[in-house]
Design a protein around this ligand. Structure first.
Ligand SMILES: O=C(O)c1ccccc1NCC(=O)[C@H](O)[C@H](O)COP(=O)(O)O
Length: 276
């Protein structure tokens, strides 16, 4: 069993437990009662003409306690405080890992972050059931993660439609040329290239350079994972990333606000203009 399959097996068990407490109609009612979603697509520069989307490297800053690849990363007693630091540093979106078994996250973390910041929030989880999309909205998320490797096309289409119907955007995560082709065919507007292979956990930053060429310029392109320091930020920026998603390097930094600021400044300076 791959790491991804193993994670998803646990996600399904935990989801069944939550659904036994709050059924489908209950979660749909909670989602409908939530404050409207913020525009994460615009926050990532997607509303701008692609030829003008060249001035800023945007940062999605992650609340990440532990991971299958690295084990414990940071205590994060108060995710709200961390998220507020990220926002003060200029983050465009806060990513909150809500998977419990392997990442130590929770919906309570999402609630805490939602109340602490005014910028869009990504519910970062392994979405395999429409219930989780309603749940994300009910807990104030503006963006959900859809991992192409975990979903067939029919399910991806259904989940994308539901996400948009609820006023949210989706970060559609890819790792191979085939997954990028599927994401584009399905009309994804924000495509993440995760340089971490979720089946083996191997990190290959150069995969971003190989894959970005396959993504049209009107799509927001997010480089995910593998940022250890500013040279990695510059590397993704030089290749044309619109945004980077960073977890470990930020949660381990003693001054996360300054780290976000530094990444934005260095990445923006390194970013070339995008051809139309
Ligand atoms: O981080 C992991 O080990 C991991 C393993 C299996 C599935 C997903 C995993 N991480 C999720 C992510 O995509 C990252 O949290 C995110 O891109 C940030 O990565 P990093 O900056 O390298 O912490």
């Amino acid at each position: 069993m791959s790491v991804l399959s193993d994670i998803i097996a646990g996600v399904r068990i935990d989801l069944d437990a939550r659904r036994s407490i709050l059924d489908q109609s209950g979660i749909e009612a909670d989602a409908a009662a939530a404050a409207p979603a913020l525009d994460a697509y615009a926050a990532l520069g997607g509303h701008l003409d692609p030829t003008q989307r060249d001035t800023t490297l945007r940062v999605i800053s992650e609340v990440k306690r532990k991971s299958p690849s690295k084990g414990a990363l940071a205590q994060i007693a108060e995710p709200a405080v961390l998220a507020a630091s990220y926002e003060a540093g200029g983050a465009s979106v806060i990513s909150v890992l809500t998977e419990q078994r392997r990442f130590g996250g929770s919906l309570a973390d999402l609630d805490a972050v939602r109340s602490a910041v005014k910028i869009p929030v990504l519910r970062k989880d392994f979405t395999v059931d429409a219930y989780q999309i309603y749940e994300a909205r009910a807990h104030g998320a503006d963006l959900v993660l859809l991992i192409v490797a975990a979903l067939d096309d029919a399910t991806m289409r259904e989940f994308l439609e539901l996400t948009h119907a609820l006023g949210m955007n989706a970060l559609v995560e890819t790792h191979t040329p085939e997954e990028i082709a599927r994401a584009i065919n399905l009309g994804a507007r924000i495509i993440g290239v995760n340089v971490r292979n979720l089946k083996t956990l191997e990190v290959d930053r150069e995969n971003f350079g190989r894959l970005i060429e396959l993504i049209p310029t009107d799509v927001v392109i997010v480089a995910e994972s593998g940022v250890q320091d500013v040279s990695d930020v510059q590397y993704y920026a030089q290749l044309g990333a619109d945004a980077i998603l960073v977890g470990e390097a930020l949660v381990k930094d003693a001054d996360p606000r300054a780290a976000v600021e530094h990444f934005i400044t260095a990445g923006t300076a390194a970013k070339p203009a995008r051809a139309s």
